[in-house]
Design a protein around this ligand. Structure first.
Ligand code: PLP
Length: 396
């Protein structure tokens, strides 16, 4: 087997360098632990950016995916397939939404949601200058449309004219939304809990106010649940805690637990008023393999009450991080919901994360000064204790 160092050198010769990666080649996973190709074991506190919600090597999930590979992997959307039909019905049930469009990723789910909002407005007035209100510090993906509503100037600046006219507001600041609202506004997009931007949960009053604005103006409210959805916050979807139903929501990341799949879901009203045959499509989206994964994930979520589990261990993680924050003067804030949390420091956290990696715990940041916690939803209290002990060590 090639040494880790050689493989990394080869990767840096061959892959387009768009990431500064951890200097680790991962090889396999087991439960909530990962192993690199040299056999070193790591406790996983990032789950592939909130994807591997069920941990590694779940037999039920693996068997379901393997069985579908042997049966039928792909059909295209010129045909119906049973796994997609089942997955759509079940997603409707757990979300309370009415219509489902399957995609291959989170960014593509956002693209579809944006197209639906713009088309909805276009159907009413035929104008071509509609605007979407998006939030500073938001992250919605790297494709052009998703980038256009991503609230980080540095990500957009080099890429010229954006395909969506975005106006910028601040999460939990209603006045900032009202300030940019106009007759051109066709939608508002917000992550129910901002992820990449630093773990900023939207407040119930803010979401209710957005709902009221969208109702009054007949424009569409979009919740991006790609990171905070699928049980992570203790509810199946984070907005369900408040019962503020969006017109469109996105999901991806944990939806297929590693098999690439996403979706955007609409209310009947948003669907009927927006995209129709010919308006949108995908070759892979909703293929039987991806949807078999979704069905297996939803089976396990239901059988093991994964969102309920995330609520309980999330409360434990909250308590342990509160204690750590109280004991460490360099920690300036602790935010989050369930098993989606951030610790903000008074300095960059890169060094702490590197030290933790040495000691066998994988963390991810959210901005330069925030350690983000996105463990598998199957993480145990003992594993949280193990993580806290090592993190404490690394901070000191
Ligand atoms: C990760 C993420 C996306 C983009 O998902 P991809 O699968 O990487 O395209 C969109 N929105 C949010 C909130 C995300 O966290």
């Amino acid at each position: 087997m090639a040494a880790m160092k050689d493989l990394i050198e080869q990767a840096e010769r061959d892959l387009l360098h768009t990431y500064n990666r951890y200097q680790v080649v991962l090889d396999r996973g087991e439960g909530n632990y990962l192993y690199d190709i040299e056999g070193k074991k790591y406790l996983d506190m990032m789950s592939g950016i909130g994807v591997f919600a069920l941990g590694y090597g779940n037999t039920y999930f693996n068997d379901a995916v393997k069985a579908q590979i042997d049966k039928l992997v792909h059909t295209s959307n010129y045909f119906y397939n049973e796994p997609a039909i089942r997955a759509a019905a079940r997603l409707k049930k757990v979300s309370g939404m009415d219509r489902v469009f399957f995609t291959n990723s989170g960014a593509e789910a956002v693209e579809g949601a944006l197209k639906a909002a713009v088309k909805y407005a276009w159907n009413k007035d035929g104008a071509g200058d509609h605007e979407i209100i998006a939030m500073d510090h938001s992250f919605h993906g790297r494709t052009y449309g998703a980038l256009a509503v991503t609230g980080k100037e540095a990500y957009r600046a080099p890429f010229g004219v954006m395909p969506v006219n975005a106006r910028w507001a601040q999460i939990n600041d209603l006045a900032s939304v009202e300030a940019v609202l106009s007759d051109r506004t066709c939608g508002i997009i917000v992550e129910t809990v901002q992820g990449e931007g630093g773990i900023w949960p939207a407040e119930e009053s803010f979401l209710r106010a957005l709902r009221r604005i969208c109702d009054e103006r007949d424009i569409l409210l979009i919740f991006d649940e790609v990171q905070c959805g699928m049980g992570r916050t203790g509810n199946m979807f984070a907005w369900q805690k408040y019962g503020v139903r969006p017109d469109i929501m996105t999901t991806a990341k944990a939806l297929g637990c590693g098999i690439p799949v996403g979706a955007f879901l609409l209310t009947e009203k948003a669907a009927a008023g927006s995209l129709t045959a010919g308006d949108h499509g995908t070759t892979y989206g909703g293929n039987p393999l991806a949807c078999a994964a979704v069905n297996a994930v939803l089976d396990i979520y239901e059988k093991e009450d994964i969102p309920g589990k995330a609520a309980r261990t999330g409360a434990y993680l909250e308590k342990r991080l509160d204690e750590l924050a109280a004991a460490c003067p360099h920690i300036v804030a602790h935010r989050g919901r369930g098993l989606m949390r951030g610790l903000q420091f008074d300095r960059p956290v890169g060094e702490i994360i590197a030290r933790a990696m040495d000691k066998g715990v994988i963390f991810i940041n959210a901005g330069p000064d925030i350690i983000r916690f996105l463990p598998p939803l199957t993480i145990t209290e003992e594993q949280i204790d193990e993580m806290i002990a090592i993190l404490k060590d690394c901070i000191e």
